[in-house]
Write a protein that binds this ligand. Structure first.
Ligand SMILES: Cc1cc2nc3c(=O)[nH]c(=O)nc-3n(C[C@H](O)[C@H](O)[C@H](O)COP(=O)(O)OP(=O)(O)OC[C@H]3O[C@@H](n4cnc5c(N)ncnc54)[C@H](O)[C@@H]3O)c2cc1C
Length: 531
């Protein structure tokens, strides 16, 4: 097992149980022992809709689908999980090539939702969860800026005059706020001023989304930097350590979190373990099975059809928990949905993602977990150093750098040959002065379609149309997760929607559409997947 300087391999501390989570526990019957899936006979009479023999089909073996299957197994209900891919974890998988492991992005396990945190520890156990230090910077105009912004470092890099201009520009927006705060541009400029917006947000956000910030809804920014402002970022940077320590998790802004949990072998390890646990209890996870049709009648889904090796298999269902993209779910309905609903489904957009993983000598790595590349002259938007996430991901005195490209499925980047993407990656590493291209020893490419649900001006109305149709015509279909709800959810909220949906099947009345929106569920959640 490789180790190296600066690598902390402390196991993560298991969470203490809160009153809120104890309540959730009694609802969900979550056992307190690690890996303890208590299977009891299903109490079928508990089901809200009077189904006597629950045949629950779960679509997708990502965090949301597997969480649903796991909490159902704990209630004694085994399920069939249909997964179109050949691996578990969805976007939160660990990809493995020639013994190198990397993740699609870099998945910090951080949450303010106690029942989710407890579930992580219950599934994985504390020994395989590492507590990792976080270091990240922004590369901008040839310089590295600490991220979160440290005032003295920013001042030194920007220069005194530009720093004063940024502060004046911030004061200006306090008096003259941007006209349209419904767009990402207006939202961010109103919090940081126009100059800082242009320096640090515009290029990065436009790389991620491929459109001007005026075409991206503020919702995305709101989910990411909800309570962060120039003032707050400055205060967090200079606040005494004692005060930080006293601050509860619920008061922390996630963008500023300095440590996080991470499974030893990457995020997929959590979902591989979860799969082992549920299959041991009788749940079936069927790989290479793409759901293509859901028959419905009398307001309920009655069968789910999946193509396995091109051969259709039909599964009867009493309930369906679906983490497949909601647009595809509605397109799979049989009889088909009416034209206006189909139009809403067809109108939902996504952004896709490529990781170019390049193996380099460890000495060519950097101390950061990731660096944002805020430079419009290169395609790469962010670079992970997977050795800094976990030394168990890399080997042989080398590390693996993950160059992230934000693309559209089918575009010139998506369709480039792997070798060309690797060559481009090497060139860009050299261009920004991070690594000499000749030091790159090998490379791998992973494409991830629909990595980001796109928040354009109409998305909310379209999602509402789809949710209304489901409620009226297939009320036993529960959309959960990220693309399952077309919501910019991280693992925790994706999982939480699955946990609450299972409770709804058993008679609760949670509004899962409020998760990651309302303060009650969301608190001060800020995430920074990509910028
Ligand atoms: C770059 C990046 C960085 C991220 N960083 C973090 C982070 O730091 N922390 C964090 O917590 N989260 C992070 N996330 C978010 C996290 O990846 C998602 O929240 C999580 O994976 C969503 O889980 P899910 O189960 O809803 O969906 P998915 O992970 O998308 O899983 C859905 C599954 O359904 C399957 N499927 C799709 N269609 C069908 C079909 N028709 N039939 C059968 N199966 C189907 C898919 O193959 C997939 O396995 C990040 C995401 C990205 C893109």
């Amino acid at each position: 097992m490789p180790t190296g300087p600066g690598r902390t391999l402390r196991p993560a501390a298991s969470p203490a149980k809160s009153a809120e989570s104890k309540a959730a526990e009694s609802l969900l019957s979550i056992g307190s022992e690690a890996n303890n899936v208590n299977v009891t006979a299903a109490d079928e009479s508990e089901l809200a809709d009077g189904a006597t023999s629950p045949k629950i089909v779960v679509i997708g073996a990502g965090p949301a689908g597997l969480t649903a299957a796991y909490v159902l197994a704990k209630r004694g209900v085994t399920t069939t999980v249909l997964e179109s891919d050949t691996v578990v974890g969805g976007i939160s998988r660990t990809a493995e090539r020639d013994g190198w492991r990397f993740d699609i992005g870099g998945h910090r396990f951080f949450t303010k939702v106690k029942p989710v945190e407890e579930l992580w520890f219950e599934i994985l156990g504390p020994d395989d969860f590492l507590r990792r230090p976080r270091l990240s910077r922004i590369y901008y105009r040839g310089k590295f800026y600490d991220y979160p912004i440290v005032p003295m470092n920013a001042l030194r890099n920007l220069g005194f005059i530009e720093a004063v201009r940024c502060v004046l520009s911030y004061l200006w927006v306090r008096i003259h706020p941007p006209k349209d705060k419904a767009t990402l541009e207006g939202f961010v400029a109103s919090r940081f001023g126009w100059r800082l917006y242009r320096h640090f947000f515009k290029t990065q956000s436009e790389k991620v989304w491929g459109v001007p910030c005026t075409e991206i809804q503020a919702d995305w920014g709101a989910q990411r930097i909800k309570n962060l402002s120039l003032f707050r970022a400055g205060w967090e940077a200079i606040k005494p350590k004692k005060l930080k320590a006293r601050q509860g998790k619920s008061k922390q802004v996630t963008s500023l979190i300095e440590e996080f949990n991470y499974p030893k072998y990457g995020p997929g390890m959590m979902w591989e373990k979860c799969t082992e646990l549920i299959t041991a209890k009788g749940t079936k996870v069927v790989f290479d099975s793409r759901v293509t049709k859901i028959e419905h009648e009398g307001g309920r889904a009655v069968t789910v059809t999946a193509l396995t090796d091109g051969v259709p298999t039909r599964y009867e269902c009493s309930h369906v928990i679906s983490s497949m993209p909601i647009s595809e779910l509605l397109r799979a309905m049989d009889p088909p949905v009416p034209a206006d609903v189909l139009h809403a489904a067809d109108s939902l957009r996504y952004r896709d993602f490529i990781t170019v993983a390049l193996v380099v000598p460890e000495a060519d790595g950097f101390p950061d977990n990731w660096i944002y590349i805020n430079d419009p002259s290169v395609k790469v938007g962010r670079i992970q150093n997977f050795g800094q996430w976990s030394p168990y991901l890399v080997k042989d005195g080398r590390t693996c750098l993950g160059l992230e490209l934000f693309v559209n499925e089918g575009d010139e980047w998506w369709t480039k040959a792997d070798e060309d993407l690797i060559e481009n990656g090497k060139r860009e590493l050299q261009q920004i002065g991070l690594v000499d291209a000749s030091h790159v020893e090998s490379g791998y490419v992973v494409r991830m379609p629909k990595a980001y649900p796109f928040y354009d001006a109409e998305y909310k109305a379209h999602v509402a149309t789809l949710a209304r149709w489901l409620e009226a015509h297939a009320s036993n279909v529960y959309p959960v997760g990220r693309n399952g709800m077309h919501r910019y959810n991280n693992q925790d909220h994706s999982m939480y929607t699955a946990m609450l949906s299972v409770e709804n099947i058993f008679g609760a009345h949670h509004d899962i559409w409020s998760v990651n929106v309302e303060a009650e569920y969301h608190e001060e959640r800020v995430e920074e997947e990509a910028s």
